[in-house]
Design a protein around this ligand. Structure first.
Ligand code: RB5
Length: 149
């Protein structure tokens, strides 16, 4: 699978950890920035990375900011993105198994590198279960289409 990573300055510390873990798991990874500690806006990088998924150049996006929150709020505004903000491995697994998440968001000021590796492992190695969860995910996408509750 092909993964794209996007981060802001707050997420920089975990970018290398995510890249290393994905490569260890045998996946292709590329990075769309940010590349240094200069203060930037997380929404720009959420959009940049998620566009790679929507346009088919990547299968999944992994977004990192200070908390994961700004990235996930931004990513979930993009049509077709199902972003999960996760800080432990169980939710990472369920975000794939039940929610068919195509974007994983993490906070570099929230989790350490070992937790980050465990989250990435679960996200990468878990398949969507389909069945009743497909119906629920379809309803999420219906909300997006109608853009009202
Ligand atoms: C940047 O200071 C910080 O606000 C950002 O990385 C993120 O945590 C926002 O949700």
């Amino acid at each position: 699978m092909k993964y794209v990573i996007g981060n802001d300055h707050g997420g920089l510390d975990l970018e290398e950890v995510v890249k290393d873990e994905l490569e260890k798991l045998g996946h292709e990874v590329y990075h769309v920035g940010a590349y240094d500690s200069e203060s930037v806006d997380y929404s720009d990088y959420a959009k940049k990375a998620c566009t790679e998924v929507i346009e088919g150049r990547a299968d999944f996006a992994i977004l990192i900011c200070g908390t994961g929150l700004g990235m996930s709020i931004s990513a979930n505004k993009i049509q077709g993105i199902r972003a999960a903000c996760v800080s432990e491995a169980y939710s990472a697994r369920m975000s794939r198994a039940h929610n068919n998440a195509n974007t994983l968001c993490m906070g570099a000021r929230v989790i350490g590198s070992e937790t980050c590796r465990m989250i990435v492992d679960e996200f990468v190695n878990t398949k969507f279960e389909g069945g009743r969860h497909q119906r629920r995910v379809d309803k999420i996408m219906d909300i997006e289409k109608s853009n009202k509750a």
